[in-house]
Design a protein around this ligand. Structure first.
Ligand SMILES: [Fe+2]
Ligand SMILES: [Fe+2]
Length: 474
């Protein structure tokens, strides 16, 4: 097992103390990170004590500690899952060879780009969520927001460590630029579209943590398969923290739905206007937010057919999520079918090699995983006896990347004309009015245990504390 140094300026289990040059470089980056946190992180709450979980090791049993800490004092550390002696490459053309402890020269720029792209999403989401603390529906939710934020900060540290440790001067420059691009900045935006979308309400936050953090889960799972062992081990440990982010999303959306169902029962109505008047979010509006964030997150997987993805797979750079689940780890001559536009307003099948289709394979695994929560939400609707069903839209709906980019379909994925889309858009995606309504509900609730009227309380608190625990000392 690795030795954990918690006393160091940068807590770590990578033996930073034995590598003075690397340690100095990271200690030099640290003040820039803290400055970024002050300027771009959660606004106005930096002096408050927050009940936070801090990673202190990588042991499955006891990897985290809980306690009050002001966010700028959070111990952002570098933790890699323990090294597996004799680990072999699990897929692609180098399958069965020893995993790499260093980056092979010919794949250096590819790995750097992948690490930078992953790294860029971490601070981006913190920037997107910067103002949400002012409108939290409860102290419990406020704490969860900040927990997600500090952990995304730690994920940035994880990627910056790799850049500094394995990519020399280029890596150090990339690490600086990770703090210079900003979400939604017209001149220097974040790399991926979803991470430049504004996030000005908590329904979006819950959808984002459910759908977009789950994209993160699948990217991390694919990178955890990498032949480059330090990247694999870094991502394995990040997944441990990521699980909580998706929990926040799933339970958050679930609680919004539960509250709406209660209101509908109380008023004995399915009239969305009455539901809104009672201060809850009507089910069709929740569906529209789902359509938006799900389709936006689908783009993050890239094009259906991609020679880059094939190159990553062939060379052991990035695999598929849970590679061991697949029967064939090499996919030399295998093919698969994808659906593409037929150019005449319809859909046709196209056969591509599995290697070219890795993005689509991963996307479909992601969709399956997204549906688990949707099924659970629908069970709550069913139990209430209200005739409504949430449904994820087709993977062809509202895409901006890949074969369906810029083409119009209905949520079932049937191609429609631009005029038809325009006419129906208000039923499928939230309008300015819908957004204004949701934003009007965003009033802070700061009394311990109390919830805003549009959301039900959680089933339990954090780390066995009661729901009414003072999770943030305001
Ligand atoms: Fe993350
Ligand atoms: Fe996350």
């Amino acid at each position: 097992m690795s030795t954990i140094d918690l006393q160091a300026l940068i807590p770590n289990n990578v033996g930073l103390n034995d590598n003075r040059q690397l340690q100095r470089a990271l200690e030099h980056w640290q003040p820039a990170f803290l400055k970024w946190w002050e300027e771009m992180g959660p606004s106005d709450f930096n002096a408050r004590d927050v009940y936070l979980r801090t990673a202190v090791g990588v042991d499955a049993g006891g990897w985290a500690q809980y306690g009050y800490t002001p966010m700028p004092d959070y111990r952002w550390g570098i933790f890699l899952a323990d090294r597996q002696e004799g680990r072999k490459i699990g897929f692609g053309d180098f399958m069965g060879q020893d995993a790499w402890q260093d980056v092979p020269g010919e794949f250096r720029s590819t790995f750097r780009r992948l690490i930078v792209t992953q790294g860029d999403t971490e601070p981006a989401s913190v920037e997107q969520q910067r103002l949400l603390g002012h409108t939290a529906p409860s102290l419990y939710d406020l704490r969860n927001l900040f927990q997600v934020n500090v952990e995304e900060g730690r994920h940035l540290w994880a990627m910056v460590y790799l850049l500094h440790a394995y990519f020399g001067r280029d890596g150090r420059e990339e690490a600086e630029e990770l703090l210079e691009r900003h979400s939604g900045d017209p001149d220097k935006p974040r790399i991926l579209g979803t991470f430049n979308e504004p996030m000005d309400n908590w329904l979006s936050f819950f959808m984002f943590t459910y759908f977009t953090d789950r994209d993160g889960k699948f990217q991390l799972k694919s990178l955890a398969e990498s032949a480059f062992d330090p990247l694999s081990r870094t991502c394995q440990f990040m997944l441990t923290e990521e699980a909580h982010h998706m929990f926040v999303g799933e339970t958050g959306v679930g609680r919004v739905i539960r509250r709406t169902l209660e209101v509908m029962k109380e008023l004995d109505t399915d009239d969305w206007k009455k539901v809104r008047e009672a201060g809850a979010i009507d089910l069709p509006t929740i569906q529209k937010f789902m359509n938006f964030w799900f389709s936006s997150s689908l783009d993050l997987f890239g094009s259906e057919a991609s020679s880059n993805a094939a190159n990553y797979f062939s060379n052991g750079i990035k695999g598929r999520p849970d590679e061991t689940k697949f029967a064939d780890h090499v996919e030399t001559d295998t093919s698969m079918t994808i659906q593409v536009p037929d150019g005449k307003g319809g859909v046709k099948d196209e056969t591509i090699s599995v290697r070219n289709g890795i993005n689509e394979v991963t996307r479909l695994e992601y969709v399956k995983d997204c549906n688990v929560g949707v099924t659970r939400w629908n069970m709550a609707v069913k139990r209430s006896g209200i005739p409504f069903e949430f449904k994820l839209p087709s993977i062809r709906f509202r895409r901006n990347v890949g074969a369906w980019a810029g083409l119009h379909t209905d949520p079932q994925g049937n191609p429609v004309t631009a005029a038809e889309f325009e006419a129906k858009k208000g039923e499928w995606l939230f309008s300015e009015d819908d957004l204004r309504f949701v934003k009007s509900l965003m009033q802070p609730v700061t009394q311990p245990g109390k919830m805003a009227a549009w959301i039900a309380p959680p089933d339990r608190g954090i780390n066995a504390q009661p729901v009414e625990y003072e999770y943030v000392k305001l």
